[in-house]
Design a protein around this ligand. Structure first.
Ligand SMILES: *[C@@H]1O[C@H](CO)[C@@H](O)[C@H](O)[C@H]1NC(C)=O
Ligand SMILES: *[C@@H]1O[C@H](CO)[C@@H](O)[C@H](O)[C@H]1NC(C)=O
Ligand SMILES: *[C@@H]1O[C@H](CO)[C@@H](O)[C@H](O)[C@H]1NC(C)=O
Ligand SMILES: *[C@@H]1O[C@H](CO)[C@@H](O)[C@H](O)[C@H]1NC(C)=O
Ligand SMILES: *[C@@H]1O[C@H](CO)[C@@H](O)[C@H](O)[C@H]1NC(C)=O
Ligand SMILES: *[C@@H]1O[C@H](CO)[C@@H](O)[C@H](O)[C@H]1NC(C)=O
Length: 279
């Protein structure tokens, strides 16, 4: 079962192209639906280089009291913005987990490259809750889909959550994945058209892709995206987060790095943040 991962600073520092504190939540009985489609789970290595990562000087956020204080500071002070002490270059190869889906029996040449938000993982796009599947609709329109786990999330590699897992790196990963899709290096066939679709923080990355690599995709779709940040403090509180490596509800998260990865406590955190009752 893939994990949910969260990157708090992403929500706090929109203007700075910056994010950190990745991590995961509970096992919420979400999984791929399996109707009229051919899906395969894949891993691939993505090599990137970026000059835009920030050097963030923050003390260790490993234990619950440190995380609680971090969230309080993040909401009420500029302590995080003032922790940026410069930029540095990151280059490296990271392993990414993803799911490639085709309409049953078809091999489209146009693909939607899907980037999830916080605190989800790739399953966001194909939930078994009612019929809330973006993937099913995309396939019905004749597209393939590639839903990735962002770096630091789910089945993807979990490097340093503070200084490596940042928006600059995520943008370069999105661009490299597009290059690989066009070159036939993912799923053993070449895609001639790519539509990058983001949700929430995934839209933030997708927007950055359009800014830094405008020809990377043929179209950019931003969902759950806006300039208003008024709800961010409530969202951070609603998540009721725990340090991922101390998770009681999801043993799989205990292998997360011991610092700078956090997870929403449970199903209520997610329903309060994302679902509308009764529909
Ligand atoms: C997680 O999900 C699996 C099945 O998908 C289930 O067997 C397991 O009990 C769940 N664990 C928790 C902690 O809910
Ligand atoms: C990614 O690269 C590492 C290190 O070279 C290698 O061990 C691993 O098998 C590669 N993974 C994939 C999916 O190619
Ligand atoms: C980040 O900033 C700290 C504090 O100024 C400094 O000691 C460290 O060398 C910097 N790291 C990099 C990679 O530039
Ligand atoms: C952060 O704290 C954890 C747990 O106390 C410890 O294992 C880790 O080495 C610390 N990291 C740093 C950079 O101090
Ligand atoms: C980072 O990369 C840029 C562009 O390649 C280069 O000009 C700069 O000197 C590099 N900075 C460091 C600290 O290596
Ligand atoms: C989705 O499910 C709802 C409730 O079961 C149903 O009313 C609706 O027709 C379904 N929509 C589609 C597109 O299948």
């Amino acid at each position: 079962m893939p994990n949910f991962i969260t990157q708090f600073l992403a929500l706090l520092l929109f203007q700075n192209y910056l994010n950190t504190l990745a991590s995961a939540s509970t096992n919420d009985s979400l999984s791929y639906s399996n109707l009229q489609k051919d899906c395969q789970d894949l891993f691939f290595n993505v090599t990137i280089e970026t000059t835009t990562n920030k050097n963030i000087s923050l003390s260790n956020v490993s234990l619950q009291p440190q995380l609680n204080q971090f969230i309080q500071d993040a909401i009420s002070t500029n302590v995080i913005e003032s922790a940026i002490v410069g930029s540095f270059n990151v280059s490296g190869t990271f392993t990414i987990g993803a799911t490639l889906c085709d309409p049953k029996g078809q091999k489209p040449t146009t693909i939607e490259h899907l980037t999830h938000g916080i605190p989800h993982d790739r399953t966001y796009w194909d939930l078994l809750i009612g019929n809330l599947s973006w993937v099913d609709v995309a396939l019905a329109y004749g597209y393939s889909t590639l839903a990735i786990d962002r770096l630091g999330v789910g089945q993807s590699e979990m490097p340093d959550g503070l200084n490596i897992v940042q928006t600059g790196v995520n943008i370069e990963i999105a661009n490299s994945i597009n290059n690989m899709l066009r070159a036939g290096q993912i799923g053993n066939r070449e895609f001639s058209k790519i539509i990058n679709v983001g949700h929430s923080y995934g839209s933030y990355i997708t927007n950055g892709l359009g800014v830094f690599h405008p020809s990377s995709a043929d179209a950019f779709v931003l969902t759950g995206f806006g300039h208003a940040k008024g709800n961010t403090p409530a969202l951070l509180m609603a998540w009721d987060s725990v340090p991922a490596h101390l998770s009681q509800t999801n043993p799989a998260l205990r292998s997360a790095p011991s610092s700078h990865y956090a997870a929403p406590m449970g199903l209520n955190s997610l329903t309060q943040s994302y679902f509308h009752y009764p529909q």
